[in-house]
Write a protein that binds this ligand. Structure first.
Ligand SMILES: [Zn+2]
Length: 434
C-alpha cells in the first residue's frame, strides 16, 4: 500500500494545477469549486462522508469531513486550510505557476507554500487513516475552505456564522504559516509555531476640497491634503511594544544563537535574524501602509475628493491606541472609515504543543519549537470567534539557506519535495497521538 508520503506530491501537484485564484472582489463569485470537488473526491474514495458547502456566492466551495477519535469526550482538533491562492503572472515565472511541475527537487507553483502543500499533506494522512482504520486520539475535523486570501468573507467567516455545527466540539485548530524550520546561527533547527496574529484594520480615507479649473489658484486641493497626510503616515513609526509571543520567540532565538537578547532593545535582536527579520520585525509594532490611491478624472480639473486605502495591522490589545495615534498622524482634514478584525493570541503550552514537539523531534532529533506572532491574518481569526485555540503548524523541514518567507505570494513559489514528505510523516505522528 502506498504511504501518505508517497502520494503527497501528486496530490499537491494536482491541486496546484487547478487555478483557484481569488478574484479579490469581497464576497463575489469564485474559483474554488473544482478544487473543492477534487478534495471531496479524494476523501470520498478513501471512505469519508464529506459535506460540500457553497458559501454565499457561486463557486465558493468548501469541504468538511470528520474522523471520529477514540475519546469522544475530548475536544476535536480542527485541521483547516484554504483552497484559494493569490494571482500569479505567468510571464514572471521560471515555470508556469499552475503547472504543478516537479523540478530540481522542488514542487513549483502558486500555492506550493500557501497553502496547497499543507492541503495535500492533510489529504494524504486523512486518506491513510481512513483506509487503514487508524483511530486518532480524538475527533479530527478536516476543513478545506474558500476565500482566505480575501478575508474569508465567503469562506471561514461565512461558515462560522452560518454553519458552526460543522465545527461542533472543536477546541483547538492547526493550519498555515507555521511549522516550517529555520536555522539560526548554525544552531539546531527551530520550527516556528504561530500562536498569535496581529489584528487587521482597513481604513478608507477621503479628503475633500473645492473642485475647479486646474489653471486657477487653489488652497484646498484634496489631492494635496491627502498626499501630505499619506506622507506623514509613511514616515510615522508606531512605538515598539514587546508582547509575550515575540518575547518568547526572541528568548528562544537567543538560546539557539548564544547571542543574548536585551528586552530593552528588541529591534537589535530582530536585526540579527537575517531574512527571518522580514517576518518578525513587523510584530514589534503596529503598522499602517497605504496601498490604494484614487483621485481625479481629467488633467485640467481639480476634483472635489481624493481617496486612499490603508492596510493597518495592530498588536493584541492596541486597537484603541492604534486608532487614536493614526487619527493624530492623518490630521483633521482627512475623513476615516474603519473596519477591523481583532488580533488573536493563545499560549504556547498544553498537551497539543507537547505533541507537536514530540512529532517534530521524532523526525528531526534535537530540533525545538519556537512560538511566534504572524504580522498578517489567516482564517484563525474566524475560528477564534468559536473559542478555538489556533496554532500555525504546517510542518516543513527546509534547507538552511532557503528564504522561505519570500515565497509566500512570491514569484517562483515552490516547496522542497522532501519537506512535503517530512511534513506528512510529522502530521501522521501528531494526529495519532494528540
Ligand atoms: Zn495562506
Amino acid at each position: 500500500m502506498t504511504s501518505p508520503a508517497d502520494e503527497v506530491v501528486t496530490l499537491a501537484s494536482e491541486l496546484i494545477a487547478i487555478d483557484t485564484t481569488n478574484p479579490g472582489t469581497y464576497g463575489g463569485p469564485g474559483t474554488e469549486r473544482p478544487a473543492a470537488e477534487y478534495v471531496a473526491a479524494r476523501l470520498s474514495e478513501a471512505g469519508y462522508a464529506c459535506e460540500y458547502v457553497e458559501s454565499g456566492a457561486p463557486g465558493r466551495g468548501n469541504v468538511v469531513a470528520r474522523l471520529p477519535g477514540a475519546d469522544p469526550s475530548r475536544g476535536a482538533l480542527l485541521v483547516h486550510g484554504h483552497l484559494d491562492v493569490v494571482p500569479a503572472e505567468a510571464a514572471d515565472w521560471t515555470v508556469h505557476p499552475f503547472s504543478g511541475e516537479v523540478r530540481d527537487g522542488y514542487l513549483w507553483g502558486r500555492g506550493a507554500v500557501d497553502m496547497k502543500g499543507m492541503l495535500a499533506m492533510t489529504l494524504a494522512v486523512a486518506r491513510h487513516f481512513k483506509r487503514t482504520g487508524v483511530v486518532p486520539a480524538r475527533d479530527l475535523i478536516f476543513a478545506f475552505l474558500a476565500d482566505e486570501e480575501a478575508g474569508g468573507v465567503v469562506g471561514a467567516q461565512w461558515l462560522v456564522e452560518h454553519r458552526p455545527d460543522l465545527f461542533a466540539g472543536a477546541t483547538e485548530a492547526i493550519s498555515e504559516v507555521g511549522g516550517f524550520s529555520v536555522t539560526l546561527g548554525g544552531g539546531p533547527r527551530a520550527y516556528l509555531v504561530e500562536t498569535a496574529e496581529k489584528g487587521s484594520m482597513w481604513l478608507r480615507l477621503a479628503a475633500r476640497g473645492t473642485a475647479g479649473h486646474g489653471s486657477l489658484l487653489h488652497t484646498d486641493n484634496p489631492i494635496a491634503t491627502l498626499a501630505a497626510a499619506l506622507a506623514r503616515l509613511d514616515a510615522h513609526r508606531f512605538p515598539v511594544v514587546l508582547t509575550d509571543p515575540v518575547r518568547e520567540f526572541l528568548t528562544g532565538a537567543a538560546e539557539l544563537t548564544g547571542v543574548p537578547f536585551d528586552p530593552a532593545d528588541p529591534e537589535a535582536a530582530v536585526a540579527r535574524l537575517g531574512h527571518l527579520s522580514r517576518l518578525i520585525a513587523p510584530t514589534l509594532r503596529d503598522t499602517a501602509t497605504v496601498t490604494i490611491v484614487n483621485a481625479g478624472y481629467k488633467s485640467n480639473v481639480v476634483p472635489a475628493v481624493a481617496r486612499a486605502e490603508v492596510d493597518g495591522r495592530m498588536l493584541p490589545g492596541r486597537d484603541e491606541a492604534f486608532r487614536a495615534e493614526l487619527g493624530r498622524v492623518l490630521g483633521p482634514g482627512v475623513e476615516v472609515e474603519w473596519s477591523s478584525l481583532p488580533a488573536v493570541q493563545t499560549t504556547f503550552d498544553g498537551p497539543l504543543v507537547a505533541a507537536m514537539g514530540a512529532a517534530i523531534r521524532a523526525e528531526d532529533p534535537g530540533a525545538r519549537l519556537l512560538p511566534y506572532m504572524m504580522p498578517a491574518g489567516t482564517d484563525a481569526k474566524a475560528f477564534a470567534r468559536l473559542g478555538i485555540r489556533h496554532f500555525g503548524f504546517a510542518p516543513l523541514r527546509l534547507p538552511a539557506d532557503l528564504d522561505f518567507t519570500a515565497l509566500f505570494h512570491g514569484v517562483d513559489e515552490r516547496v522542497p519535495v522532501a519537506a512535503l514528505e517530512f511534513g506528512t510523516r510529522v502530521l501522521d505522528r501528531l494526529w495519532r497521538s494528540c
